[in-house]
Write a protein that binds this ligand. Structure first.
Ligand SMILES: [Cu+2]
Length: 281
């Protein structure tokens, strides 16, 4: 009695309905992250959330470091979670006699040393491994083929080629479409000298190199040596103002002869612009 659908007593029925109903409703939530990730691949100018294929030795080094830390971390995570589950299931209260108190380990010096030293070793290993990678990628190298000055401003990037006539490519930020590509020759070791003209920006193309800050009044360095012809995306990785999200980066690599032709074209265009009768800009 009283168990008709209209008069369900609070408790069992309602809880049951909530459990079953919410589980069924939660399924779409489980795939939301995947939808979000795939959706953001389509966003104009966005950096892919999926791992990029590294195309420069420093991009490869960063990728290797990430994998080298993540795989042991995943193994440790699974080990800890499995041990936890094993303890929770095997020693659950309902399987113990009433009033049971498990063996106490408080004050066990050996154990406490062990669980202090073991994580310390892991953390120091991660620190050493990643610091070594930082040294490799962000030192001002000296054996480069040529240098390009990358200057960040609100909101865009300027690339000056001092050893190719000193012209500058303006990669003005926009979300309306693709920005002007920053062009480099393939298989050439290029040093990037990063500068900032107003606030701190950060030059980041995941397939090529790690985030490198462009700081006003201070030169920062990174480098690239792209091993194939193509185009890669990046973005400013330092919140730098209202137009931060427009600061896309596109890097294009081409053969040396295509690059030489491109340099000729840029030099000619900028020379023509300079010698043309000046109009208000
Ligand atoms: Cu910026």
């Amino acid at each position: 009695m009283g168990n008709g659908p209209g008069v369900a007593p609070l408790g069992v029925d309602i809880l049951g309905a909530v459990k079953v109903g919410s589980l069924a409703r939660l399924w779409p939530l489980a795939i939301l992250p995947a939808v979000f990730l795939l959706g953001s691949c389509e966003a104009p100018g966005g950096v892919s959330p999926i791992f990029p294929t590294p195309v420069s030795p420093n991009g490869q080094g960063i990728y290797n470091t990430y994998i080298g830390i993540s795989i042991p971390a995943i193994i440790i995570f699974l080990g800890v979670e499995l041990a936890l589950l094993w303890v929770v299931i095997k020693y659950r209260r309902s399987k113990q006699p009433a009033g049971y108190i498990p063996p106490q380990i408080h004050g066990n010096a050996k154990l406490e040393w062990a669980w202090t030293i073991a994580p310390l070793i892991v953390v120091l290993a991660i620190a050493g491994y990643s610091f070594n990678e930082l040294q490799t990628d962000f030192q001002p190298i000296s054996n480069y083929d040529f240098e390009i000055v990358v200057s960040g401003h609100q909101f865009g990037w300027n690339y000056t080629y001092p050893q190719a006539g000193g012209f500058t490519i303006h990669q003005e930020g926009t979300l309306a479409g693709d920005v002007t590509p920053f062009v480099v020759p393939v298989n050439t070791l290029i040093r990037l000298r990063l500068q900032g003209t107003d606030v701190i920006h950060s030059w980041w193309v995941p397939a090529i190199s790690g985030k490198t800050d462009a700081v006003p009044g201070y030169d920062n360095f990174t480098w690239l040596k792209i091993d194939r012809i193509g185009t890669w995306r990046g973005e400013c990785a330092e919140l730098c103002g209202a137009g931060h999200s427009t600061m896309q980066i596109i890097v294009q690599s081409m053969t040396q002869s295509d690059f030489d032709a491109w340099v000729q074209q840029q030099a000619k265009a900028q020379h023509a612009a300079r010698s043309a009768p000046t109009t208000a800009s």
